[in-house]
Ligand binder design. Sequence first.
Ligand code: PLP
Length: 381
Amino acid sequence: MVSERAADVTPFLAMDVLERANDTDDAIHLEVGEPDFDPPDRVVETAVESLRAGNTNYTAARGKPALRRAIAAHYDRTYGVDVDPDRVVVTPGSATGLLLSMAALVDPGDEVVLTDPHYACYPNFVRTVGGRMETVPLRPADGFRPRTSAFADAMSADTTALLLNSPANPTGAVMDGGTLADLVALAAEHDATPVVDEVYHGLSYDVEAHSALEYTDEAVVLDGFSKRFAMTGWRLGWMVVPPTLVDAVNRLAQNLFICAPNFVQDAGVAALETPPERLDAIRETYRERRDLLVDAVADWGLDLGYTPQGAYYLLADVSDLPGDAFDVADLFLKEAGVAVTPGVDFGEEAADYLRLSYATDADAIREAIDRLDALLATVDR
Ligand SMILES: Cc1ncc(COP(=O)(O)O)c(C=O)c1O
């Protein structure tokens, strides 16, 4: 028998769309959130050298000391923040860090406050540990950035954690430092822990993304190598946790995952040594792709209503087109061979939207735009 908890877990629609798109000839993938860049050469070489050197056994659950030190140094270099390497826990991807943070903080019935739209998998992490969710609706008029007052209204005596994400999936919104500082302070007033997913840090275009660690030591921050170093399949991420949580997270990691892959951790050190110019060039490429898509959405007469400033997604309102967002996604795939994700994957507030990802090369994006230009010219509105 499947447990109620497992039965409650929803499928990840973007992955379902991917499966269907893979069965469609010549499909262009604007549904997936996977960078199309290769990891830096030095990262691959380091992994191979480490593998050959026999680094294939378990490591300490919280990760190899050299990697934890390299991660702490990254905070000093990037944000001017002093992080004790003892507070760093290396994880097999930031998704694992999300599960560990929920397991460490949330008891059955406890409330987690998060935005709507949100990353599709968040509710399933909360459900898996028996938590309850309270959502804060985001509006395109605010650039899909949260208002502190809306979080204050949503919180209650049962609130254990705020789950935040910036740059955000699926909107590409980037929270400003002031709001992040206010939300961190609000959490402290309620004895709640901010759990902040910073996995898209490094990919923001017109603005600076701030880390919650600039404002507090009491946040759980999740980050990783998947996005900025294009290392999705390597399964490597990290958490920075408050001193009081180190022991609990370490025990959970020991039991649930044992450790992140040994030789991949060595590659992680090499990744953090990548010259910043490489990421600058990649960021510039994403910015160009974003601009292509933002202009195209306007040409299609769809309402974007905001400028996405980070990650590699945008959320376009398709309520003016016939049918619901599922029908529109279906039409795009069947008639134009362009795969996109229906917004409802990311919360009720996004039900009238489609998420478009620009983690696909510019030529493919141009081709998708041409195909959708032609298709949308034939659609009665
Ligand atoms: C907001 C967000 N958090 C976490 C993840 C998981 O990333 P990782 O590969 O580090 O587990 C993703 C993946 O798409 C994401 O979009």
